[in-house]
Design a protein around this ligand. Sequence first.
Ligand code: FAD
Length: 811
Amino acid sequence: MGEVPKHTRAVIIGGGVSGCSVAYHLAAAGWSDIVLLERRQLTCGTTWHAAGLIGQLRGSANMTRLAKYSADLYVKLEAETGVATGMRQVGSISVALTAERHEELLRQATVARIFAVEVHEISPGEAKAAYPHLNIEGVVGAVALPLDGQCDPGNIAMALAKGARMRGAQIFEGVKVVDVTKAAGRVTGVDYEVGGERGHIACDVVVNCAGMWGRDLAEGSGVTLPLHACEHFYLITEPIAGLGHLPVLRVPDECAYYKSDAGKMMVGAFEPVAKPWGMQGIREDFCFDTLPEDWDHFQPILEHAMNRLPLFQTAGIHTFFNGPESFTPDDRYYLGEAPELGGYWVAAGYNSVGIAGSGGAGMALAHWITEGEAPFDLWEVDIRRAQPFQRNRRYLKERVAETLGLLYADHFPYRQMATARGVRRSPLHQALADRGAVFGEVAGWERANWFAEAGQVPKYRYSWKRQNWFANARTEHMAVREGAGFFDMTSFGKIRVEGREACAFLNRVCANEIDVGVGRIVYTQMLNARGGIESDLTVTRLSETAFLLVVPGATLQRDLAWLRRHVGGAFAVITDVTAGEAVLCVMGPRAREVLGRVSPADLSNAAHPFGTARQIEVGLGFARAHRVTYVGELGWELYVSTDQAAHVFEALLEAGGMTLCGLHTLDSCRIEKGYRHFGHDITDEDHVLEAGLGFAVRTAKPDFIGRDAVLRKRATGLARRLVQFRLTDPEPLLFHNEAVVRDGAIVGPVTSGAYGHYLGGAVGLGYVPCAGESEAEVLGSRYEIEVAGVRHEATASLVPMYDPGSERVRL
Ligand SMILES: Cc1cc2nc3c(=O)[nH]c(=O)nc-3n(C[C@H](O)[C@H](O)[C@H](O)COP(=O)(O)OP(=O)(O)OC[C@H]3O[C@@H](n4cnc5c(N)ncnc54)[C@H](O)[C@@H]3O)c2cc1C
């Protein structure tokens, strides 16, 4: 090992598969002046003991894309580096023991097809033929992926490390990073320790790939990286005569996976209640360590295994393995630049798919670092979704006990977490709960998703078919369309931007004209240089120098980070004021009538037109009433100081005439109206014109981020556009990630979907390639949506199917 250099371009912390992959891909992208520091030895954390399954079946479009990239890379790695990776495309079979699980597998297979991952739906008999040891009792169906693989995880990491070295990266073992130095909001280098001596490397970029150590390391730099280790188990048998070469087998309904290797059988577990580990920190000398056996904990898995693969009844046990792995509150890993500190990047928290995940994640992160933008939408795994409160260790400990098992649980649509709930609540929470609210959680916020009727159990019963709240949602939806609905949208992120240069600054980051009269509300997007959408928001001018930005609750940290990154020296103060106001929304054709009963304000179109905000009296208090809508109806969002929120709600209730509505209804109404949702229909990958939001872009403004990209796209024409679909058969459901099929060929995923109770069928949005085509040509095709392998006829529209002229908004 040579001398640790004094400066470099990027320091990667951690020599597990994640760090090795980031190093490999940064070097491959031309950043050869990089250093990887590993506190002990490469792979000595979690990587060395992984089971080595490389699966490509994922629940969402971009996660499938990344998993496929990993699998394709690992197949080539041995030839490239000369390191024996053990990667073999043995294929995989996932079997379903229930009809619901079968539907989930078939839906995942459809997602796989969008990215040309080879996948076959097979019968129980075909599964038996491919896997003779399998007891197919209770098996209702299966899917097979012939190009899935298994590998030697440690050697995958070693091969990536070698590939990185071959391109100039330097890797040092026995060097522990003790601090990340910073100045003026950016990293400047790392302090490290080697053999009791301290040293420093100056660098522009630091990448935290420290696995389960990553949270505490980040904490030292003020960076939020919420993850927590859990014990994770598998068991390996003694050699079994005549075992043969078998594909990987997953039986998620029994929380188990099976792998054959060198004549032995492995069974691994994703048990429903896991054992969090390392609450008090990780031993300093941890290196290739294992944790104690726990036979009682593993027993239920083993019992299922003995039934599912009877060979376990007689095989001797060679190894009981227990090792720690880091898990996150939502079962998704973290990638990207930390919002708190410029130049501090993260690739950690892999939830037991770090081997399969790191190839794609390393590629994506390296692209992001070197190009300044992610290669495609990575919001699902973006570090900016982490909430500051999630650093709480008790929260993490309670939550990861659940998330480990969720990997193999049914991933039903709308499924909510059961643990560590209730951290962030609206002032109306209890009042809504008392009236039947059934809550879901987003960014820690408890939000009423639907309201149970009197006598109905206020609890989800999940399914891939119509869930138990379908009729409730219909009632709520129709109340919004025909009467007045009430939504509690307190979870909105609220950002105040104030100062003598606030207007100029916002006009530079927003694509629409922000320099409007006081009291005007502007719907706009913040764009990146590619014209992609970084944020979807409304900006309300409160005074000459003060603006209120309203963003989705889930994107607040991301939006704050984007604003802070671009504010530079402008005289504008950016403050998160989310907790200061509750948001009570009255929406529907009778909204004026309902609000008029509790407010003396003139709510006529002349006095309070669409797109304006005014302070009004409500009951005994005040609200700033914003005339906007996300459901496509006449309505007001009342921004009420949190101390008055309960009172204003009571006043509205007393006025009567409103139906309490949940977020599911908000979603179904907005999809009918074709309103886009950030993170689904519009992301940083989606050009604002292709998203159909050109009406909110003012290229007459001389200078805003993304303007050139908008002008370019206007000149070259759209390559794809967001289209709205409705299934003609009223029965099947769309959630998202179903496949849009145009004239018989899959063209992409449904980006969001819901049941359109007014339109009378499932409605969804999705992009359709359209280079050089007229609108008539786009609409002239035959469209279907593939749901769980079955194609359903769909009508397509480029204008909202509900109220295309927006007349109802201006009633
Ligand atoms: C039982 C089990 C089975 C699994 N099976 C699979 C599987 O089949 N497929 C799959 O895809 N995944 C699997 N996984 C998950 C996979 O092993 C992990 O997701 C992956 O190894 C995580 O890699 P990492 O690089 O993030 O973390 P690690 O491998 O833990 O690497 C982090 C490294 O950072 C180093 N480090 C920490 N702090 C510092 C510091 N301050 N300075 C320098 N270095 C530091 C550590 O020493 C460590 O080497 C399994 C995990 C377990 C436990």
